[in-house]
Design a protein around this ligand. Structure first.
Ligand SMILES: [Zn+2]
Length: 426
């Protein structure tokens, strides 16, 4: 055997043995939150092969495979990676209003690179990005999937679809500047075209604006935007193509119309009345209510460039939205964790969990709303949302027990996405 051949053989064997060693990982910890049956497992053991969970049990009933890479998370509770169903990774929370006009799509994509990593390190292994300029979110998702950038698994919408002059338009400049957002469409066929265009360029979900909003200039937060016919056309088109639809909706009429038109999730859901709650329950519509963001908007918003009219709108929305949250929860409506991070700082997503508990959820319910339930909304329950055999190894850990203190989830010590460890402070 020549020396060169020997060297090549040695290197090949070395690479093969390193790879096969890294392929099987075992996680042990003090506790595990089993979200699918709302139970706590003590002394759990999880086996991970090629990024997928291959066995879940306790340290007494599963033996550790030989050559496995052991991740010892003693003192920690493990749970599924968190999922946020309403983020804007390409937005910077310190840049709002007229300041945003200075940022183009390329800059937004670069912002996204930084914020995606921050979000992942905060324990969010999956996000739904609902609204980005042009298709910056699609570039970011693809860069993460191809391993160029660290970030959560992204389900993205591309530009939000909305009426001329509505919440999803850009109304900051006078007529002669001719500025309009790329998602603006009026009329049933025009909105169908926008849906088709977003799908053409890679959208996973469709987002539209069914009412005015807090941060848009000149829109009434409670007033409906799009007629029933337009919403129905938009949602039918998306469903026909196998995509789900998220509707930004604060006002009661817009919420009800979107639910009747078949929307999959209502974002914000601020002004719910009894009928809206009943409708959401009947249709199985998810509510994604950002009940933490109000604290940031009213506290830091002015500094960040949020317009005075927006601050005034937020003052009318925040308290009412939290009441709506409690009422919908009592009625048993489907609820998912959606933070609107991007309006407030990325990485602070989990701060909303303690507010969800404050306004009525049990800690277990709050955790389920950020794991099990989003997977159902995304129609990805077969691979995401819980620590079960056959699912993606998206696992996080915190010191202590988040069922006793939900705010512990604001500082995660361990993050694994698809079997790859991104953070381990244990
Ligand atoms: Zn939003």
């Amino acid at each position: 055997m020549s020396n060169i051949f020997r060297a090549v053989l040695f290197i090949t064997l070395l690479i093969t043995s390193t790879l096969s060693k890294a392929e099987i990982s075992v996680i042990i910890a003090d506790k595990m939150i089993s979200v699918e049956n709302a139970k706590i497992i003590t002394k759990p053991l999880i086996i991970i092969e090629d990024g997928v969970i291959s066995a879940v049990g306790t340290q007494s009933d599963i033996s550790i495979p030989e050559d496995a890479n052991i991740i010892d998370l003693s003192g920690h509770t493990i749970l599924p990676g968190l999922m946020d169903m309403h983020v804007h990774l390409t937005s910077d929370a310190s840049v709002h209003g007229y300041k945003r006009l200075q940022r183009d799509t390329s800059r937004a994509a670069i912002t996204g690179v930084m914020k995606a990593e921050r979000t992942l390190m905060a324990g969010f292994t999956t996000v739904r990005n609902v609204g980005a300029p042009n298709y910056a979110d699609i570039a970011l998702r693809d860069a993460i999937n191809e391993g160029d950038v660290k970030g959560p698994r992204m389900f993205v919408s591309g530009p939000s679809i909305g009426v001329t002059g509505g919440h999803c338009d850009n109304n900051l400049l006078p007529f002669e500047y001719g500025v309009k957002s790329e998602g603006v469409a009026d009329g049933p066929w025009a909105v169908r075209t926008k849906v088709r265009q977003n799908i053409k360029y890679g959208a996973d979900v469709i987002k539209f604006c069914a009412t005015g909003g807090v941060l848009s200039k000149g829109t009434k937060v409670g007033a409906q935007q799009f007629s029933f016919e337009e919403m129905k056309a938009l949602i039918d088109e998306a469903h026909l193509r196998g995509l789900t639809v998220a509707a930004h909706a604060h006002g009661t009429d817009g919420i009800k119309t979107a639910i009747k038109a078949g929307v999959d999730s209502i974002e914000h859901g601020s002004f719910l009345d009894k009928e809206a709650i009943k409708l959401a329950k009947k249709h199985g519509t998810y509510l994604s209510m950002d009940i933490y963001v109000t604290e940031y908007i009213l506290g830091e918003g002015e500094k960040a460039g949020i317009l005075e009219e927006s601050l005034a709108k937020e003052r009318t929305v925040g308290k009412r939205q939290r009441e709506s949250f409690s009422n919908a929860l009592k009625a048993g409506v489907n609820m998912v964790f959606g933070s609107d991070a991007g309006v407030y700082p990325h990485g602070d997503n989990a701060k909303q969990l303690s507010r969800m508990v404050q306004f009525g959820m049990s800690p277990m319910q709050a955790i389920q709303s950020a794991t099990l339930e989003p997977a159902k909304l995304l129609k990805k329950s077969d691979t995401l949302g819980s620590i079960q055999t056959g699912k993606a190894a998206d696992i996080i850990a915190v010191k202590g027990d988040p069922i006793e203190d939900i705010s512990l989830l604001e500082t995660v010590g361990f993050v694994m996405k698809e079997g790859v460890v991104y953070l381990n402070k244990s």
